[in-house]
Write a protein that binds this ligand. Structure first.
Ligand code: NAD
Length: 479
């Protein structure tokens, strides 16, 4: 495990680089492995080989492409222990969560390997004079620019969507979590034709080159809103197709008649799973005033009991450290702001500073609950993307819906109520790409996943997600 080497994969060949960077293990702050940074020549070679591969890959029948997705799934399964261990080291996830990351990537491959889940031709219109067929044509070379919070899942959805629609794909993982993705694509060599699936490691510079290069037909980007806007502006120069999966600040509305024990368990999981580093995490909770005190009391109990800081990654746990120093500083600033403003912290609040009295290291913040901060506080207005949750109260349905709908974000939301008609009435008025009723926010690969407003542009998953990886061609048959 300690001796691992990592490579950019270009035209099915591993390539090292004179320039490397080394990621820090967020549990221990120890350095991991040198990781090669792709050079401009690596990038040009990858685009050139993808363009050559595309000429035949786009003509490969769907059934053959789907059979190769099944092989990719088997390959991931074969390497599950190694990939999960790498992932645990670079991301701070427990082995349990790292395995879940790999297993979800396997499930994505198998989902799109099924004929019913791919795009097929259909008749768009027909009358006595004309029949018009819609068919789906691949775009070319896709650049998959990925974040660090679910390194494999969020790369593999872009990979499988590209492959099943007949595109070639170059993956750029986050420089905070490059290792598992690079190892996955290295281990998958030989399954696909050379140039169809490649990986290049690098940071913002490489991301920018990918968004500007005329040889790239589409960019699928997942990350922050600010970088998403820059990506879209860069893509406009060559009119690339672009999908943006961006930040959310999900509201959760708990009604007076909610099943409180179940709602509490779901809200805790929605907010603190993966230490809150989930784009669709529960990020703001509004609880009806009649059950507010009881809900907060139960939530504190649940979080203190089941979301504890466990240093050993082999202990099954869904809570872990903040994944990198940059995000740790962001979350620390939010905690300090809450403390400075005198907001009531009812659970957690302690940041474990590196090298503290006990000599402990790592980017750890206890799961933290803040009771009743104002709606204009930093914690409520901005995406925290970490283990700190504001819980507010409400009394009027229209008012809580207005407070939940933000001008600048709309990724997900959740509603808890025993009255499904009420829950659905509220859900339909929430301005978010996905709403979950009586469950925490977990995307499903059969459903389109997208953000309203600044939370995205287009989306992924479901059959609708595949449309953005294709041109739709209308073929008109005269009768
Ligand atoms: P980020 O925007 O900092 O980086 C994302 C990727 O973009 C990285 O690979 C980075 O190297 C690259 N990049 C940086 N600058 C670039 C540029 N100018 N041009 C092209 N590429 C560039 O995001 P992050 O910190 O890695 O991820 C966390 C964010 O992602 C959170 O806001 C989270 O909500 C969001 N997210 C959204 C979803 C979703 O599906 N909507 C899923 C996961 C995470």
């Amino acid at each position: 495990m300690e001796e691992l080497e990592f490579h950019n994969i270009i035209n099915d060949t591993p390539r090292s680089s004179p320039t490397t960077h080394t990621v820090t293990d967020p549990r221990t702050e120890s350095p991991l492995w040198p990781c090669p940074i792709a050079s401009p020549a690596d990038f040009e070679d990858a685009v050139a080989s993808a363009q050559i591969a595309f000429k035949t890959w786009k003509l490969t029948p769907l059934s053959e492409r789907q059979a190769l997705l099944t092989k990719l799934a088997t390959n991931l399964e074969d390497h599950l222990p190694l990939l999960s261990q790498i992932l645990a080291r670079e991301s701070g996830k427990s082995l349990l969560l790292s395995e879940l990351d790999v297993r979800t990537s396997i499930a994505q491959c198998l989902h799109y390997a099924q004929p019913a889940n791919a795009l097929s031709d259909h008749i768009q219109y027909e009358d006595e004079t004309v029949k018009i067929i819609a068919t789906h044509v691949p775009l070319g070379v896709v650049a998959a620019i990925c974040p660090w919070n679910f390194p494999l899942i969020l790369s593999s959805i872009k990979v499988v969507s590209s492959l099943v629609t007949g595109n070639c794909v170059i993956v750029k993982p986050s420089p905070f979590t490059p290792y598992a993705v690079m190892k996955w694509i290295e281990l998958a060599r030989g399954i696909l034709p050379p140039g169809v699936l490649q990986v290049l490691n690098g940071g913002a510079d490489l991301g920018q080159i990918l968004t500007l290069h005329p040889g790239i037909a589409k960019v699928s980007f997942t990350g922050t809103i600010a970088v998403g806007k820059a990506v879209m502006a860069a893509c406009a120069k060559t009119l690339k197709k672009v999908t943006l999966e961006l930040a959310g600040n999900n509201a959760c509305i708990v009604c007076a008649d909610a099943d409180l024990p179940k709602a509490v368990k779901n809200v805790a999981s929605g907010a603190f799973f993966n230490a809150g580093q989930v784009c669709v995490a529960t990020k703001r909770v509004y609880v009806h005033e009649s059950v507010y005190e009881e809900f907060v009391r139960r939530l504190v109990e649940e979080v203190k009991g089941n979301y504890t800081m466990v240093e050993d990654a082999s202990v099954p746990s869904v809570f872990g450290p903040v994944s990198n120093k940059v995000q740790f500083e962001t979350v620390k600033r939010i905690v300090e702001d809450c403390k400075g403003k005198g907001y009531e912290i009812v659970a957690g609040g302690e940041v474990r500073e590196s090298g503290n009295a006990e000599g402990k290291k790592g980017f750890w913040l206890e799961p933290t609950i803040v009771k009743g901060p104002p709606d204009d506080s930093v914690l409520v207005k901005e995406e925290q993307f970490g283990p700190i949750l504001p819980v507010m109260s409400w009394s009027d349905e229209d008012d809580v819906i207005n407070r939940s709908n933000l001008a600048n974000a709309g990724l997900g939301a959740s509603v808890y109520s025993s009255d499904l008609a009420q829950a659905e009435r509220i859900a339909r008025r929430l301005e978010a790409g996905g709403v979950w009723i009586n469950k925490s926010e977990r995307p499903h690969m059969g459903a389109y996943f997208s953000g309203f407003k600044d939370s995205g542009f287009g989306g992924e998953m479901g059959k609708q997600g595949l449309l953005s990886y294709s041109y739709t061609q209308s073929i008109h048959f005269a009768k």
